[in-house]
Write a protein that binds this ligand. Structure first.
Ligand code: NAD
Length: 253
């Protein structure tokens, strides 16, 4: 995939899909900064990932501009560059539409949508400056969801935030194309991570997911990581502004 030696930031990578993406990139020879709000899980992730290559942890809340500034500055400081950004951090909040509290709506939008914008803009500014100086353009991958297009009644701010991520991906792709910077998104279906733990613990909820997934199984984080690695590589050199869905066939075929 010719990713060897590149430098990447993966947000929300202490566990789950982000962790799998960090591992996959490391196995491809990429040097990786994993950014996460949870320092304890981050330290555990580093201990597990160090066997695969050069990896660092930066504690950062993607919804806080100071943290974002520090994340970008310290990555350039330690890795010397940023070629790849994977905007993966995301949270859910389950509540029916009539019961959602304003602070919960704001919290989900702040991490999933505004966080993607803030980290995306800070890294894109660095990447654009690099191109102006004669350097190679970078690549950005945002984490969307099938819920960007497939509504679930008790996931209102989540669905709205992921719809926003799809549109943000298109706007970023358009704005950054003159620099050669590609921006795409991945839209996973149900993937086995902590985010899905409550569903997994409830057989009825798990059966509901399986019944609407033609492939008849929940996905593995590695099946999302492989798409992130592809989109980050030159194998995807003519793809920008797209959301690639990996959902076992769940979106209407
Ligand atoms: P997860 O809950 O297992 O992991 C999310 C990670 O993000 C955690 O390590 C958490 O500490 C970190 N995080 C949370 N808030 C943060 C913040 N403000 N700043 C930095 N880090 C933060 O979730 P996951 O299932 O691995 O999901 C990863 C991404 O994939 C999310 O964007 C999610 O919406 C998306 N996604 C997941 C599924 C699924 O079924 N698991 C499906 C579709 C989309």
């Amino acid at each position: 995939m010719a990713l060897d030696g590149k430098a990447a930031i993966v947000t929300g990578a202490a566990t789950g899909i982000g962790y799998a993406i960090a591992e996959r990139l490391l196995r491809e020879g990429v040097r990786v900064v994993i950014a996460d709000i949870d320092a304890e899980k981050g330290a555990r992730a580093i201990a597990d990932l160090e066997q695969f290559g050069e990896v660092r942890f930066v504690k950062a809340d993607v919804g806080k501009s100071l943290d974002v500034h520090n994340l970008v500055a310290s990555t350039i400081d330690t890795l010397g560059d940023i070629d790849i950004l994977v905007n993966n951090a995301g949270i859910v909040h389950g509540a029916d539409f009539l019961d959602i509290k304003e602070e919960d709506f704001d919290r989900v939008l702040k991490v999933n949508l505004k966080g993607t914008f803030m980290v995306g803009q800070a890294v894109a500014r660095y990447m654009a400056d690099k191109v102006k100086g004669g350097g190679a353009p970078g690549v950005i991958v945002n984490m969307s969801s099938v819920n960007a297009v497939f509504a679930i009644a008790n996931q209102v701010p989540y669905s709205v935030s992921k719809g926003g991520v799809n549109q943000l991906t298109k706007v970023m792709a358009l704005s950054l194309a003159p620099y050669g910077i590609r921006v795409n998104a991945i839209g996973p279906g149900s993937i086995m991570t902590d985010m899905l733990a409550s569903v997994n613990a409830d057989p009825a909820a798990k059966n509901r997911i399986l019944s609407r997934t033609p492939l008849g199984r929940i996905g593995d984080p590695k099946e999302i990581a492989s798409i992130a690695a592809f989109l980050a590589s030159d194998d995807a050199s003519y793809i920008t502004g797209q959301t690639i869905y990996a959902d076992g066939g769940r979106l209407p075929l």
